[in-house]
Design a binder for this molecule. Sequence first.
Ligand code: PMP
Length: 397
Amino acid sequence: MEIAQRMTALTGDGSDGWDVFYKARALKKQGHPIVELTIGEHDIRTHMNILVAMGRSAKEGHTGYAAVPGTEGLRNAVARRIEAQSGVPTSAENILITPGGQSALFAAHMAVLNPGDIALYCDPYYATYPGTIRGTGAIDHAVRCDPAHDFQPRAADLEPAAKGARSLLVNSPNNPTGVVYARATWETIAQTCIAHNLWLISDEVYDTQVWHGAHISPRSLEGMQERSLVIGSMSKSHAMTGSRIGWICGPVPVIEHLTNLATHTTYGVPGFIQDAAEFALAQGQELEDEVAAPFRRRRLIALDLLAQQNIVRAVPCSGAMYLMLDMRATGLSGETFAHALLDAHQIAVMPGESFGQAAAGHIRVAMTVDDDQFFKALTILVAFATKIGQTKVVFEP
Ligand code: PMP
């Protein structure tokens, strides 16, 4: 029996640059002591107080169907948080609660794309973006962002692609680069969206992880409120990856349609998870800072270490839990370097090539092991790169 093309086209042809990741996982399963600096998951678990709130809610009976768009309490809490951060008047009617940011990304694209529409996203990109778009029946189109400009999209990158497209998906703080978009970048994005009548889908799941500069939500820019769908999640901000809780913030009519979509897909999010999320948000910035603190510390450890050499160059890492390292001075591709590092030192990192064409020659390092282990692994990584860089044969014409 044949499977629908929509499904078989979700992921590419299999040569997706995730070989290192799978190899590391297999080695780990065999008992090898692999240091995994690969995926974006905290090395701490959800705070005990959040779990207590979750248990209390469940015991009190919030285990039946919850309201499809989300509980009144959580929708209000999310709306207040967004309004406080962005200054844009926001109410519960602007919010749909979703089972995590990923399903929000899919639903947002479903809301604005017809089959065959062109949907843009920036390269380097979070691994699911192309498949998320293709799953809606639209055509995914990557906009390549230059490493020389810290992977921030410029008008020259966006303009040629924007003509005839329907939507643009952006992500700041960015996974995989750790870059936080500057105000000028946002202004360019807004101008492009307005000039070409694009929907903007803004993935802001790392909004609490900003180490340098400030997070700007493009929904707050002039002319953007009615064409922006903002994706949020408690996964990264509150170490609640397994709870599957996120949201979409957008214009009321879109949220009404998305509620209809939720009725036909997820049928909402468990009430006790929503109550736990509401409790977590009520703890305010203090808890968010506590969850973000390990990454803030490890970034400084890394910058200190990297300042002592000139083979490995860090892309300015202003946010998120990743470092994007430029390995081109070693003469190796990101993929070859990552394989060699895993084979020689049992340290697993993601090749830049796993995240598109633009990050070729780079690696992504997730700062997701304890400080000591992180320092040791990065020290080995840098020494290994230096050795390769020094023995590199430079061919001169
Ligand atoms: N967007 C980005 C950029 C991510 O890195 C992730 C998770 N790694 C997600 C969305 C999805 O997160 P979740 O579904 O856990 O909320």
